[in-house]
Structures are given as structure tokens and as C-alpha cells.
Design a protein around this ligand. Structure first.
Ligand code: GAL
Length: 699
């Protein structure tokens, strides 16, 4: 089997420095990218552990996450601890130079907990009480759960807070999954308290929720409840606040555990996010709470170009981390077990996935999981050490990747250079996802992915940004789906355009405020200055219906679009494309507004493929951006270090490609002059000269 990586195959020599009071919170150690994964040795007899760590050393593993689902073993009866096995495990790992990311086991409380505190079970929106025997947390607002979680976390922090093996804390697991909302009585009580703090008075709550509608007006706080299933659609403002509250309740659980750890340990604390896969956590807020951002990512096996979604998740993770390096906490060596068709990764695909994350800012490459589980729901999930053992393709590729990663230590700490920003706001997505929107066919996920895909194909590196963030560093900002927009965000976007930015806004944006109430002045009114248009009426299309557009600049193609049209009212914008037919025939379809030193574009329909490209390419011209000339499906990202840049090129095609670069290929050690050949399905990382050298021509 030919190797897709050209790194040396020796086990990595570097480890981590022992931590001390002056050690930075992350990353730890003198150099190196962390490599490893979730390790669940409690599923195996202790005799297997020695073999595990010896194989870890062989594979180049230097960091493992342990204890994530071990509550029932660590505390077999309430208040009774059994930490002996964890003591032995940490010693064994430490003796082999393998650092530990120590989990708090609170994502999966033991049987005794639910038997003693049945009221802590999560209740679904339809009133179903969610049972035991699976994973999934207790109700986040349950006082019994919070007490028990902090108690076990404190016990672990007291015992292992200064353990030399422990370099990182991994609180809980994927907050928000598999359930994010709890409709239990304890949740209802906590929701009311949260609303009291948010609104102060019942009058303010009634006004914010618009309770004059359908006679919902409240006269008593005690009558305010969680938005359980009701005869018809429940007040969207109430549901939006419940989404905010539910996210907040999970964050409170995290904070309580984090602070319990910090009382006994100076090691950094993280919790593993799922940037694009968990819709219920507002990671802009979460990222402020952790010492280092970490993320789990799994390919969508149904999508043959799932690597674009991977790149998007990595870019979003880096963005919530404020551009700082982050930890890829989990991904898979091959197939997962929970999709309808769990497609195995092809040779070389795991390395391309892993190094794409690295190229987009990850300083750690970790997997779920080290050794495949024999029993339980995840036995068909791939692992670093598969059921087939060390005589397997996956194992060989795991060792090759470990060796390659060990050649890339100097990349650590460098920052990705982005060309454009795409707006991303979980609150807006929560609101847009509620019922009774103008068309079920307009999906914010699809719109964001379509825009991202275009920018990715054009070789532009994307940061994601909150609509209220400082956007001044970006020549181009795209708002694919900004249904909910605050007055502050609208001012920010308008100021961005006036200062010379190029803003592209897609349809069904600028519609409601933070209470899901339509903006005074109508649709798009808050962005009217920036875009020079408003929307008089939404004109959604029937399923499968298309409309045709004509460019006003003489281009003779007539692109088609679907799903949506608007009756656009011009307030100074120029018409770039008109509707030829359909409900808005003759009216503006795409507009461009000059405002201050910048330009505001509005796209009032769902453009896909070449038509979306045609608009974005016109906007690139405004923004001074040019497209990469590399073939489709070759991605190139630049990480900028203090003195050097690192160009990471990933070739997803079946033909070798020459990528412009000068410097040293870190995996082969060879000099690169002018171009570097990236083999079919391969990855190359080139250290380039001075930080300001512009070697890859994407702009
Ligand atoms: C993750 C989870 C892991 C494991 C993995 C399987 O979401 O954190 O514990 O279940 O999925 O793909």
C-alpha cells in the first residue's frame, strides 16, 4: 500500500514538558502537535493497558482523553469513590510519556443517580421522560444533578489537579448532544428565574413576547412555562427565549465544573464543541468560557465532497476561538456507526481530513477513539486500533499520520490568514428554524453551505463572524442567512460598508429583531442604508418552480433561481439582475448599492451554482479579491507564524497538482522552488520565507 504522506515513520520523540506554575495554559510543552484520541480502557481488562500504551508510543500518540464516560466506575455508589484504577492508568500513561486530557464524567450519570433522583431525568417537549441505559445527561437545571456533577469533578480535581500526566481538563462531553432542551419542572422553574432576570417585570416580558397575540397575556409569573407541545404553534418569541435559556443552563453546568477544577488545578479547561453539528449551543458565548477551544468533527458520509463541510467546521471552530489555535478533539479514522450508511474512509482520506483541520488552525489531531469497543452501541465505529488489530490498513495509516504530525511541530501556534468573512449567528438560526416561516424550502444551513462552497472553490479562506463583530479586517463579508438582526448588528454592517467594505446579503435577512418581531419599517429596513433596498413582500415559489433572471450589464446568460423571490423596493441601489418571469417579473432580483467607500449587494432569490458564483465574482471585484487558479478540489491554506508562513495544500483529486510555493516541504524535508507537487490524494506542508511573502496567489 503506497503512503500518501512522505513523513518519516519513526515514533515521535517529543513529549510534553512537565507542567508547572509558569507553564502557559495551552499549548503545553516545547513543541509539537498533539496526536491521540479518546481512550476508554475501562472497557478492557488491565492486562490490555500495557499493550495499549506500547502501541500508542509506536503510533506517535502523545495525548489521550480518559474518563469521559467513567462516572459509574469512579463513584460506584453515591459518595463512594474508587479512583485506584485511574491512579494506575495515569501512572502508566505518564511512564510512557503520554499526556492526559482528563475527562469529567458528567455526560453520563450512573444508574444509582437516576434511581435516587428520578426527577433529574430529562423531559422531552412532548412530555416523554428520557430513560437510562444510553448516554445523555440529566436535566441541566436539576439541583441534584448539578450537586452530584460538581462533587465528582471536585474529587477528580483534588486528586489529579497537579498530576504530572494531566495537561488538560475535558469537562463533560459535547454539551447540547444528544439532547439540549429539558421540559421538566426543574427546568420550568429555572426558566422563570432566567426570564425574571432578563425582563425584570412581567409587563416587559409580555411586551417582548408580543403576548397580546392569541390571548397569551400573563398576569402571574407562575403561569409562565416552558414551550411544551401545544394545540398549535407556540409563541416563537417564547421558544426563542427557551432556546437561549437552554443554552445558558448548559453553560452554567460547564462553569460550575470548570470553577471546581480551577480551585485545585492550574491546567487549562476545555469542553468539546461540535461547531457545525450541534445547533443548540451558541459557541460565540461558549468560547469565552474555555481556556482553549476544542471541536469534534465527523464527515457526512452521504456527501462525496464532505471535505468542504469539514473545512467549514474547522473555519468556524477557529473563528469562535478568535483565530487562536484549537484542538481537534475527535474525528474518525474511518467509518462512524451512527449514519444511515457508514462509508469507510478510502486510503489517504484520514490523513487529508486530519491535515485539513491542522491547516485550518488545529494544533492537536485527536480521534474517537483509541481502541475499538467490543460491546455497546459504538462497536462498529472505527478506531485508531481497529478490531482487525495492527495488521490493518487503518493501523498503518494511523502510524504514518503520527509520524507525519511529528514533523509538523513548528506549525503550532501559527495563525490562519483569511480573505473574507461569512456571518454566523446561532440566535438567528434558532429563530429561523421555528415553524410557520414563509417557505420550508429556504434553509439557512443550505445557504451558508452554498456560499462557503463557492468561496472554498475560489480558493478564498473564510473566517466566520458574528454580525456585531469587528469586520474591518475583511474586504468581503457575506451574510447568507441573517433573518434575525439586532439594531446594533445593522449599525455595524452599515458602518462596515461606509468604511469601504463589500457586503453581500442574501434573501430573508434583516427581517426580525431579537424578540422575533418584524423590524419597524418592514423587511430589510435596518439594512436599507447599506443596501439601498427594502422588501415590500416575500414571494416564495412553489416546490420545484424556477424563475429566470437577466443581467443588466449585458451578460447574455439567463440564470435560473428557485425557492424564493422578493418584491424589492429600490432606495438608491442599482439593479444588477432583474426577474424575467415569476411573481416578481420585471422587478429587481440582484442589486448593488454604493454607500460611503463601500458597496452593499442584495440577492433576493435563491441562487445556486454558476448564478451564485456570478454574483460573488462581481462582489470580489468590488472587494479587490481574485480567485485561485488551482483546479477544483485542491485546497490551499496559509498559517502565519512569527517568522515563517506554512502553506498547507490538500489535493482531493485523482491527479497530481503543482501548487505555487517556495521553501521547504516539511514532510519530505526537500527544498521547494516555484511550485510543489502535491500527489493525487496527498497533502504537502511547505514552510515559506518571510511572513509577508505572498506565495499562493489567491488575491
Ligand atoms: C461523538 C462523541 C463520542 C462518540 C463519537 C462517535 O459525538 O463525543 O463519544 O460517541 O461521537 O462518532
Amino acid at each position: 500500500m503506497s503512503s500518501h504522506l512522505t513523513g518519516r515513520l519513526a515514533p515521535r520523540p517529543d513529549g510534553f514538558l512537565p507542567v508547572g506554575p509558569t507553564t502557559p495554559r495551552w499549548p503545553l510543552g516545547p513543541h509539537g502537535i498533539a496526536y491521540g484520541g479518546d481512550y476508554n480502557p475501562e472497557q478492557w481488562p488491565e492486562e490490555v493497558w500495557l499493550e495499549d500504551v506500547e502501541l500508542m508510543v509506536q503510533a506517535g500518540v502523545n495525548l489521550v482523553s480518559v474518563g469521559i464516560f467513567s462516572w459509574a466506575l469512579l463513584e460506584p455508589r453515591e459518595g463512594e469513590l474508587d479512583l485506584g484504577w485511574l491512579d494506575r492508568l495515569l501512572e502508566l500513561l505518564h511512564a510512557h510519556g503520554i499526556a492526559v486530557d482528563l475527562g469529567t464524567p458528567t455526560a453520563s450519570p450512573p444508574a444509582w443517580f437516576f434511581a435516587t433522583y428520578p426527577q433529574a431525568h430529562v423531559v422531552g417537549r412532548d412530555g416523554t421522560v428520557l430513560g437510562f441505559g444510553s448516554r445523555g445527561m440529566a436535566g441541566p437545571s436539576s439541583p441534584e444533578y448539578r450537586r452530584a456533577a460538581v462533587r465528582i469533578t471536585t474529587a477528580l480535581a483534588e486528586r489529579y489537579g497537579t498530576h504530572p500526566a494531566v495537561v488538560l481538563w475535558h469537562v463533560h462531553n459535547e454539551y447540547g448532544a444528544p439532547v439540549s432542551e429539558d421540559y421538566s419542572p426543574s427546568s420550568a422553574a429555572a426558566f422563570r428565574e432566567w426570564l425574571r432576570v432578563r425582563y425584570g417585570t412581567l409587563d416587559a416580558l409580555n411586551a417582548a413576547w408580543g403576548t397580546a397575540f392569541w390571548g397569551q397575556h400573563y398576569g402571574e409569573w407562575d403561569h409562565v412555562g416552558v414551550p411544551s407541545v401545544a394545540p398549535s404553534v407556540v409563541n416563537p418569541a417564547q421558544r426563542l427565549d427557551f432556546a437561549r435559556f437552554s443554552d445558558h443552563a448548559l453553560r452554567e453546568c460547564f462553569r460550575a465544573e470548570r470553577d471546581a477544577i480551577r480551585a485545585h488545578s492550574d491546567r487549562p479547561v476545555t469542553t468539546n464543541f461540535m461547531a457545525t453539528a450541534c445547533p443548540s449551543t451558541d459557541l460565540w458565548a461558549w468560547a469565552r468560557e474555555v481556556d482553549v477551544v476544542s471541536d469534534d468533527h465527523y464527515l457526512d458520509a452521504a456527501d462525496p465532497r464532505g471535505y468542504v463541510g469539514l473545512a467549514m467546521a474547522a473555519d468556524l471552530t477557529r473563528s469562535v476561538a478568535g483565530g487562536r489555535p484549537w484542538i481537534l478533539m475527535e474525528h474518525s479514522t474511518s467509518a462512524v456507526n451512527w449514519q444511515p450508511r457508514n462509508v469507510a474512509k478510502r486510503p489517504g482520506e484520514m490523513a487529508r481530513n486530519a491535515l485539513t483541520h491542522l491547516g485550518r488552525g488545529a494544533d492537536a489531531v485527536l480521534f474517537f477513539q483509541w481502541r475499538a469497543s467490543r460491546s455497546g452501541a459504538e462497536k462498529f465505529h472505527s478506531a485508531m486500533l481497529p478490531h482487525a488489530g495492527t495488521s490493518s490498513r487503518v493501523w498503518r495509516e494511523v502510524c504514518e499520520l503520527g509520524a507525519a504530525v511529528s514533523q509538523l511541530g513548528e506549525v503550532r501556534g501559527s495563525r490562519v490568514v483569511a480573505d473574507a468573512a461569512v456571518l454566523w449567528d446561532w440566535e438567528s438560526f434558532w429563530a429561523q428554524d421555528l415553524e410557520w416561516r414563509p417557505s420550508v424550502d429556504l434553509d439557512h444551513r443550505e445557504r451558508v453551505a452554498a456560499v462557503y462552497d463557492r468561496l472554498w472553490r475560489d480558493g478564498l479562506t473564510v473566517d466566520f463572524a458574528h454580525p456585531e463583530a469587528d469586520l474591518s479586517a475583511y474586504p468581503l463579508v457575506v451574510a447568507p442567512a441573517s433573518y434575525l438582526i439586532s439594531a446594533a448588528a445593522a449599525r455595524n454592517l452599515t458602518a462596515y460598508v461606509e468604511a469601504g467594505g463589500t457586503l453581500v446579503v442574501l434573501c430573508f435577512s434583516g427581517v426580525v429583531d431579537e424578540h422575533d418581531a418584524v423590524h419597524p419599517g418592514g423587511y430589510l429596513a435596518p439594512l436599507a442604508d447599506a443596501l439601498g433596498v427594502t422588501v415590500e413582500e416575500f414571494l416564495p415559489l412553489r416546490a420545484g418552480e424556477h424563475v429566470r433572471l437577466a443581467w443588466t450589464d449585458g451578460e447574455d446568460d439567463e440564470p435560473a433561481s428557485d425557492v424564493w423571490a422578493d418584491a424589492v423596493v429600490l432606495h438608491g441601489a442599482d439593479v444588477v439582475a432583474r426577474y424575467v418571469d415569476g411573481p416578481a417579473a420585471g422587478g429587481p432580483a440582484v442589486t448593488r448599492n454604493s454607500r460611503g467607500d463601500g458597496a452593499g449587494w442584495y440577492v433576493s432569490t435563491r441562487l445556486t451554482g454558476d448564478a451564485l458564483a456570478a454574483v460573488l465574482h462581481r462582489a470580489y471585484a468590488d472587494a479587490g479579491l481574485t480567485r485561485s487558479e488551482l483546479p477544483d478540489d485542491v485546497e490551499v491554506v496559509r498559517r502565519r507564524g512569527a517568522e515563517r508562513d506554512y502553506v498547507v495544500a490538500v489535493n482531493h483529486t485523482e491527479a497530481a497538482v503543482a501548487v505555487p510555493a517556495d521553501g521547504t516541504d516539511l514532510l519530505s524535508g526537500e527544498r521547494v522552488a516555484g511550485t510543489v507537487k502535491v500527489p493525487a490524494g496527498g497533502v504537502v506542508v511547505v514552510r515559506t520565507g518571510a511572513a509577508d511573502a505572498r506565495v499562493i496567489d489567491v488575491g
